[in-house]
Design a protein around this ligand. Structure first.
Ligand code: MAN
Length: 352
């Protein structure tokens, strides 16, 4: 296995203590999985901020959105109906909740390393009943002067893909849920192809099928059809349990390059890449056999949910790809890659 990521020596770039909670009574548990974009000459992160009340001895408590406020649900830790095996999820009496409530926070930087919260920009929170358990892991795509924000919208009704649009990061148009449950990891291509929008997304099938990456097309970036499955999980590989797209595909001479995450049954999250045909992005030309990045630094191995590197945002300058990523679901980190090196590391299919 060859990890070809050049991690920033300054990692982690952001930790929960670096920001203030969004409201009294909550503390920040995790900062993770930022969407990334450039705007007015700066690098911006749309960081997922996951919060919950300070945990008291013998009680498990977590927030959910109720209108514009929050409700705290508290369950006795020794309740026999409570299952907290996964630190991300609370299973209680046949229902699933999240241990934390996530919103999205804007931070910017002049050097791509030191990020701060600028004045005058809003927090992006869940707005509808479909977002009562929060908004997560936003991908940002800039298409013809408009930023498209696709994020995971979570509620007791399921996990789907929400869309908001903005030109100035101060005024937002909320479109609502564009792909219904169960679906996440939606990344819109930053260019139309043959006049159509394209997006990668990740439905989950409980029985037949699996956690696979699909591609879809759209006339307007809102209504999606023509769905095709393009990347499946691989038995006995690092990506045997689930795969999901990262940020918008990167246009290269060889094709659309996508960085994706894959996890195995033990919930170890690594990154790999695949390459799609420039003219028909439903055709997969090549894919990583081994990960291009796997959790190995202490801040990736130990944290809220260890052994995780997860990216949904990057910046490209020529051959240099800078990814920002969530490490151990607790910290925001950065790493650089050579796009040429990723392209050469892929295994190309003979029949394409
Ligand atoms: C899921 C999502 C991500 C998270 C990973 C690892 O894919 O909830 O937000 O980073 O799991 O826990």
């Amino acid at each position: 296995m060859k990890d070809i990521a050049q991690r920033f020596i300054q990692n982690p770039l952001l930790s929960p203590k670096d920001l203030k909670p969004s409201r009294p009574g909550l503390e920040i548990t995790c900062l993770l999985n930022p969407g990334v974009f450039t705007f007015e000459g700066k690098t911006w992160l749309l960081v997922r901020v996951a919060e919950r009340p300070r945990q008291q001895e013998g009680v498990i408590s977590f927030p959910v959105l109720k209108g514009t406020g929050i409700e705290i649900i508290a369950i006795s830790a020794d309740d026999p109906d409570l299952n907290t095996d996964d630190p991300r999820v609370i299973r209680y009496r046949g229902l699933d909740y999240l241990t934390t409530l996530s919103h999205l926070r804007l931070l910017c930087s002049d050097d791509g390393l030191h990020f701060y919260e600028p004045e005058g920009y809003p927090l992006l929170q869940g707005e509808t009943p479909q977002e009562a358990f929060g908004v997560e892991d936003c991908r940002v795509a800039l298409i013809e002067g408009m930023y498209y924000l696709t994020y995971t919208a979570v509620s007791e009704r399921g996990v789907g893909v929400g869309l908001r649009k903005t030109k100035d990061w101060k005024n937002f148009e909320s479109i609502g849920m564009i792909i219904p449950p169960h679906n996440k990891d939606c990344a819109i291509f930053e260019e139309k192809i043959n006049g159509k929008f394209y997006a990668l997304h990740r439905p989950s099938s409980v029985d037949i099928g699996g956690n696979y990456i699909w591609i879809a097309e759209s006339p307007d970036g809102i209504h999606w059809g023509g769905h095709k499955c393009i990347i499946t999980t691989r038995k006995n590989h690092w990506d045997s349990a689930r795969v999901g797209a990262g940020a918008a595909p990167i246009k290269t001479e060889k094709g659309w390059l996508e960085i994706y995450h894959g996890a195995n049954a033990g919930h170890k999250y690594c990154l790999g890449a695949f390459l799609l045909d420039l003219e028909d992005p439903a055709i997969v030309l090549a894919r990583s056999v081994e990960p291009i990045m796997e959790p190995m630094a202490t801040y990736e191995l130990t944290g809220f949910f260890g052994h995780v590197v997860f990216t949904n945002g990057h910046v490209v300058h020529g051959d240099e790809l800078t990814i920002y990523y969530g490490a151990a679901d607790e910290f925001v980190c950065g790493a650089k890659f050579s796009i040429h090196e990723i392209l050469t590391s892929l295994t190309y299919h003979h029949d394409s």
